[in-house]
Design a protein around this ligand. Structure first.
Ligand SMILES: Cc1cc2nc3c(=O)[nH]c(=O)nc-3n(C[C@H](O)[C@H](O)[C@H](O)COP(=O)(O)OP(=O)(O)OC[C@H]3O[C@@H](n4cnc5c(N)ncnc54)[C@H](O)[C@@H]3O)c2cc1C
Length: 425
């Protein structure tokens, strides 16, 4: 089997990569999970732990999608900050969704420990404020979190304090979060797959689902086999394509790009990001970056909304890195790659059920490491009969992109370009 992974730093430093067979037969199972990213892996593992017989079908390889390509920043809360959440839903519901995100972080910590997943879990994140207009935001959010969310782990930092955590003049102030984390995402996905297989999940790679019947039980078909199952869980997110048009119009796929520099010596790495914090900023097209365990800068910046990635991703991302860190101009770039995530209109996850036996979770809008893992877990809980947290997520308002899957691009692209232009002004 050829490796379908992109030429990423993560694939090059993967621990315990294991090839699973492709589906070549007709099987029966309680649940068929489609997609081997965090959503699908977490659902499969949690379902198997409930004693259900689970088959997971992945079109390419485990962690092939966003889960094995992302920035590795595990943020606190939802994609929208608590002030936006309060304004939209009121304090009580905002607190509920904050707590879900805390549970999501805990789920990752627990899995890492329980299954001894070697994925370089580190604590600490910083949000850099790049624009005068956002001054004071860090203080307001930090105070709200301490006073109304029992979360005393953030601090608003002035320019000098921010600079002590990251050697750039890009930020006017910062929001430090000591309990947000960073992770090697592909190694975490591979660790989850190992845990799922040990719990009895039958995993098949290079087994793209072509379609499934709208029946109970349903039959899920690949080019070389099929699975007949009582339940289907859809975890395809930005890679969903045309598989399920009924949810495709609720998300828009967006491509994000990363590079990894060559290795730095200890002193240079320590001077650049002393505490190995994960850093992101307030730009609409966000920069996100951190130091790897072997002292390379992993820098994410820039996106596009087309089917194709830029021909030269390193040169697409590098100017954004140099704007933040002009002092890195001499460093070579060893890896550059892109990945596809999905956003929703309101930037909140889209979790639900299309039929009594067809469940889905998607649209984490760039905040998916924790929330995709959690969404997989709450779908598993609901299939097992405990629907409280699933119902709360499923009750979030969702909107269809204007024009559905056919026309969502032109309008959204114009909107995205407008906001990214505002970033630069
Ligand atoms: C470049 C980039 C940077 C990011 N950075 C961050 C970050 O720093 N922090 C953060 O929280 N989030 C980040 N995200 C978002 C986060 O990675 C995603 O939200 C999360 O990984 C989604 O997980 P998932 O399992 O739902 O989807 P994916 O990981 O994309 O998995 C979907 C899987 O479904 C499979 N599939 C699709 N169709 C089929 C089919 N027909 N049959 C079988 N399998 C199929 C795909 O091959 C794929 O493996 C980033 C995303 C990208 C792309």
């Amino acid at each position: 089997m050829t490796s379908a992974y992109p030429d990423s730093y993560y694939a090059a430093t993967a621990v315990g990569m294991h090839e699973h067979p492709s589906l070549q037969e007709s099987l029966r199972a309680d649940v068929c999970v489609i997609g081997g990213g965090f959503t699908g892996l977490s659902a499969a593992l949690n379902l198997a732990e409930q004693g259900l017989d689970v088959v997971l079908l992945e079109a390419e390889r485990i962690g092939f999608g966003a889960s094995g390509r992302n920035g590795g920043l595990i943020g606190s809360g939802q994609r929208k900050d608590v002030l936006e959440m309060e304004a939209q839903f009121g304090l009580q519901r905002s607190r509920q969704f904050w707590q879900f995100a805390e549970d999501a972080k805990q789920e990752i910590r627990d899995r890492v420990q329980e299954h001894a997943i070697d994925c370089d879990l580190q604590y600490g994140q910083l949000e850099g404020v790049h624009k005068k207009r956002y001054l004071g935001m860090a203080q307001e959010i930090s105070a709200a979190l301490a006073e109304r969310y029992d979360y005393p782990y953030t601090s608003a930092l002035n320019r000098e304090q921010t600079r002590a955590l990251v050697a750039t003049d890009d930020y006017l102030e910062g929001l430090q979060d000591e309990q947000a984390m960073t992770i090697h995402p592909l190694n975490y996905a591979l660790g989850l797959a190992r845990a799922a297989a040990a719990a009895g999940v039958r995993i098949f790679e290079q087994s793209r689902v072509l379609d499934y019947t709208r029946s109970d039980p349903a039959t899920i078909r690949t080019a070389t086999g099929s699975v007949t199952a009582r339940f289907i869980v859809l975890g395809c997110n930005g890679y969903l394509g045309k598989l399920e048009p009924r949810v495709a119009g609720k998300i828009m796929p967006i491509n994000n790009f990363l590079l990894t520099t060559e290795t730095m010596d200890d002193a240079r790495a320590e001077a650049l990001i002393p505490g190995r914090y994960g850093i992101h900023d307030t730009r609409f097209v966000v920069n996100f970056y951190r130091m790897s365990a072997d002292r390379r800068l992993i820098f994410g910046g820039g996106e596009n909304y087309r089917a194709r990635f830029p021909a030269d991703i390193a040169n697409f991302v590098r100017p954004k890195m140099l704007k933040v860190f002009p002092q890195l101009a001499d460093l070579g770039i060893d890896y550059a790659w892109g990945g596809t995530l999905s956003v929703t209109v309101n930037r909140l996850p889209h979790v639900g059920r299309l039929a009594p036996n067809l469940w889905f979770a998607q649209g984490y809008s760039g905040h998916g490491i924790s929330i995709a893992n959690f969404a997989g877990k709450v779908v598993a809980e609901a299939i097992g009969g405990t629907a409280g947290r699933f119902d709360a997520f499923a009750s979030l308002p969702t909107h269809t992109f204007p024009g559905g899957t056919l026309l969502r691009f032109p309008g959204m692209v114009l909107g995205m370009l407008y906001y990214s232009l505002k970033d630069r002004l």
